[in-house]
Design a protein around this ligand. Structure first.
Ligand code: GLU
Length: 533
């Protein structure tokens, strides 16, 4: 038998920015499809007009593009909006609001076959029922018991039903959930599941008021029409699975229904509950791939804007809830395509760890060439007011090479090395007290004179001499002079560092001298001497 082409979809609702858990769902779908040589589709489920948020769809597409999760079919591929069917996009449109005319006939078909009914209860009437149940410490559900006493096509005479359908617009079509049946389901991650239909309510499938389907109907109809073979989605949809099974059966599509895989949640760093936007704000890390500003102007930070490489973000997400079965942690997206498997997706929640996220970024930062890092750092330097034209690009490259081991992000570079570009304007008080004793200041005067006479090669004069050679030469000469005089190495170096950096912390003295040059070194020592006098 020829295997069917695998077709999976990511089906977000544009109700806000895409949470990193959503990106992971999209990623697992993508990896699954690519491994099987199948298709990855993006469908926008926007039938709930009350929860629609402008800009959310664009955000979702941009976020997936940033991650390199590119669909084969969908609302938008490579920046082009796809609205009409074509050979490449046979099921367009992929936005459910544009597919509106499709769904009603399917809902009516269910009524014809006895799997659904018209319901005419107003919101107020249902509210009253809910309150009544609450008063008796019960929960109201619209089901096989209560439907007998409510206003629907199962209880009202046919001519009244006909009349209400023609003259009113606030009716709905509800699924007629069977009484006391066991729905038997299989999940690729969770195994076999059984649920009694008595625990489920008669969900609304279609609403006359806006002539739109609800999520359940649109989702099943579209997965069927789009020939989806596996539904890989978040575990919050697991409670809907029995209804979805019953819908496939009611439509007579059980034979071709997709297989299901429900992914566990991403958990807070302490493992207690779902990772939410508030955790990000509270603990200081992003939960969204890109920055998002809501209608009230409230800003949520994004991985992109925080300086993460998309490759690092994707790598980190892949391992949150899936493992390759080996110790290896670093994977390109193509390597992930090779080895991903749903069998290795864990059933329990995956705990988010921001330190690990930073570690991934650091690993990717180290993989960058010095020239790539310089290109990423130069815009930051400009932003900080550095006239970058004054610096040879090699200067920035060599500096990046020196500091990259100390950073998780290129954005950290400035804090690590700003003093290579601007002289300190003040000196840490504690360090001044500790290191600028009269005795050391006397020594510093001599060291300054020594440096003034030192024959060294610095960045500007190094020519073809490799940097390391220049730096070692400076180091040997300077430390030799201090040792010769039997001065305390630490005290002298810390005072110099204080004058070069503004505090007794920073990179190696010989490195600083090499980069900023003798003239600037002497200027900084003089400035320090004056300041602490
Ligand atoms: N529209 C649903 C969501 O926003 C999709 C659920 C599914 O994949 O079936 O998560």
């Amino acid at each position: 038998m020829v295997e069917k082409k695998r077709r999976v979809r990511f089906a977000p609702s544009p109700t806000g920015p895409l949470h990193m858990g959503g990106v992971r769902t999209a990623l697992y779908n993508y990896l699954y499809a690519k491994q099987a040589g199948g298709d990855f589709i993006i469908r926008i489920e926007d039938t709930d007009s009350q929860r629609f948020v402008p800009g959310a769809e664009e955000y979702i597409i941009e976020a997936l593009n940033w991650c390199g999760i590119i669909p084969d079919e969908g609302v938008d591929t490579n920046g082009k909006v796809v609205e009409t069917p074509s050979e490449k996009h046979p099921h367009a449109p992929y936005r459910q609001s544009q597919r509106k005319p499709i769904y009603r006939a399917y809902a009516e078909k269910l009524i014809e076959n006895g799997y659904a009914y018209y319901a005419f209860d107003s919101a107020d009437e249902l509210d009253a029922k809910r309150k009544e149940a609450e008063a008796n410490k019960e929960t109201f559900i619209y089901n096989y018991k209560t439907r007998q006493e409510l206003k629907n096509s199962l209880t009202l005479p046919a001519d009244e039903v006909k009349n209400l359908l023609e003259t009113t617009t606030n009716w709905t079509i509800r699924f007629k959930n069977p009484e006391n049946e066991i729905v038997k389901m299989d999940d690729l991650i969770r195994g076999h599941i059984e649920v009694n239909t008595n625990t489920i309510d008669d969900k609304v499938l279609w609403k006359r008021a806006d002539e739109l389907p609800t999520y359940h109907l649109a989702n099943i109809v579209d997965d069927h029409l789009m020939e989806i073979t596996e539904v890989i989605r978040g575990e919050e949809w697991l409670p809907s699975l029995p209804l979805h099974y019953m819908l496939y059966k009611a439509f007579g599509w059980s034979d071709t229904q997709p297989r299901f895989a429900h992914l566990s949640l991403l958990l807070k760093p302490d493992g207690k509950g779902k990772l939410s936007k508030r955790d990000g704000d509270r603990l200081g890390f992003p939960v969204f791939p890109l920055k998002w500003v809501n209608a009230e102007g409230e800003v949520s930070r994004g991985y992109r804007e925080d300086g993460y490489y998309p490759q690092a973000f994707v790598n980190m997400l892949a391992l949150l809830g899936w493992n390759p079965g080996t110790e290896q942690e670093l994977f390109t997206i193509d390597e992930l395509v090779e080895i991903f498997s749903l069998e290795r997706v864990i059933k329990s929640g995956a705990r988010f760890n921001v330190e690990k996220a930073k570690w991934f970024n650091q690993e990717y930062l180290r993989k960058q060439t010095d020239s790539q890092l310089a290109q990423q750092f130069i815009p930051i330097l400009k932003e900080k007011g550095v006239d970058t034209d004054k610096y040879n690009v090699m200067f920035v490259e060599q500096l990046c090479s020196l500091i990259k081991e100390r950073a998780h992000f290129v954005a950290d570079f400035w804090d690590i090395c700003s003093y290579f570009f601007i002289a300190p304007v003040s000196y840490a008080e504690n360090d001044v007290k500790k290191f600028c004793t009269p005795e050391t200041m006397e020594i510093i005067s001599k060291v300054k004179e020594f440096i003034g006479n030192m024959d060294i090669k610095e960045f500007a004069t190094a020519g073809n001499t490799p940097k390391q050679e220049c730096v070692s030469d400076i180091e040997v000469k300077l430390t030799g002079y201090i040792k010769e005089n039997e001065w305390k190495m630490g005290a002298v170096m810390n005072t110099l560092r204080l004058f070069f950096v503004g505090q007794a912390k920073g990179l190696g003295i010989a490195d600083i001298i090499y980069f900023i040059g003798k003239e600037e070194v002497l200027r900084r020592i003089s400035a320090g001497q004056n300041a602490v006098k």
